[in-house]
Design a protein around this ligand. Structure first.
Ligand code: HXC
Length: 258
């Protein structure tokens, strides 16, 4: 089916998804998110894909949820329909997702980036949670994931003022972003990293993502036990035999994802 708000392509085992609603700075309207969930699910189920990169334009990764689309909504319909609840489907994607962020990552745009597994930022990127200025609050992790990424004081300052944003450099220093590159390089670098990941054992890669995500949900002992069991289970894979065997034989491993 033809996509209205996204561009998709594959580069080897990497899937690239570009948010493409240029006239609205990639504001995340319902149609865009429905498409995003669908293409991510398709790539997640595609054996030829090992990792995913999400990017926007040079001006905007995404300037937030679509304000014009939501401004007249009412509480009861929001509650009954679980308005924007479907955004969390991204967190169910099991292959790693790298966000390559240039320009504005505001509100839901910042939250979308935070639902990805790794964030690379272009040097002009801006991260912020301006919802309070619209008379509302973040609704997809801005008061939760942001705290875990940058700590309480910065998260409070960003969400309470709506106007204190993080530059790419500040976001890197705070730990929200793992690397900053010149704007025109960030996508290539994201694809390079995604490609490294995609050429490792995909099931084992998925176990790493699963285990790290469990660290946000579980008490330490339960998380460590979960990790140990997954570690044990990798020994049932051909890829563990291949990886360790190749090391012992001083050659490159050839993973077959089983
Ligand atoms: C709808 C948006 C939009 C948005 C930009 N546009 N952001 N439309 N929803 N979030 C549209 C503008 O209306 C305008 O359309 C066009 O994109 C270009 O934007 P400008 O404002 O003209 O650009 P500029 O002057 O460069 O300012 C850029 C900006 C500003 C600072 C990013 O657009 C802005 O403040 N946007 C809103 C940011 C925001 O508040 N995000 C949080 C949304 S709430 P026209 O047709 O006029 O040309 C949210 C809740 C998440 O995200 C909840 C998740 C569950």
């Amino acid at each position: 089916p033809k996509l209205e708000y996204l561009l998709t392509e594959t580069r080897g085992r990497v899937a690239l998804v570009t948010l493409h609603r240029p006239k609205a700075l990639n504001a995340l309207c319902n149609g865009l998110f429905v498409e995003l969930n669908q293409v991510l699910k398709d790539f997640d189920n595609n054996k030829d894909i090992g990792s995913i990169v999400i990017t926007g334009s040079e001006r905007a990764f995404a300037a937030g949820a679509d304000i014009k689309e939501m401004k007249d909504r009412q509480f009861i319909e929001n509650y009954v329909e679980d308005f924007l609840g479907h955004w969390t489907q991204i967190t169910k994607i099991r292959k790693p997702i790298i966000a390559a962020v240039n320009g504005f990552a505001l509100g839901g745009g910042c939250e979308l980036a935070m639902m990805c597994d790794i964030i690379y930022a272009g040097d002009k990127a801006v991260f912020g949670q301006p919802e309070i200025k619209l008379g509302t609050i973040p609704g997809a992790g801005g008061t939760q994931r942001l705290v875990k990424a940058v700590g309480k004081s910065k998260a409070m300052e960003m969400c309470l003022t709506g106007s204190v944003n993080l530059t790419a450099q500040e976001a890197e220093a705070a730990g929200l972003v793992s690397k900053v590159y010149p704007a025109e390089q960030v996508l290539d670098e994201a694809i390079k990293t995604a490609s490294k990941i995609a050429n490792l054992s995909t099931p084992v890669v998925q176990m790493v993502k699963d285990a790290i995500n469990q660290s946000f949900e579980m008490p330490l002992q339960a998380g460590l036990t979960f990790e140990r069991r997954l570690f044990h289970s990798t020994f049932a894979s051909n890829d563990q035999k291949e990886g360790m065997g190749a090391f012992a034989e001083k050659r490159k491993p050839n993973f077959t994802n089983n």
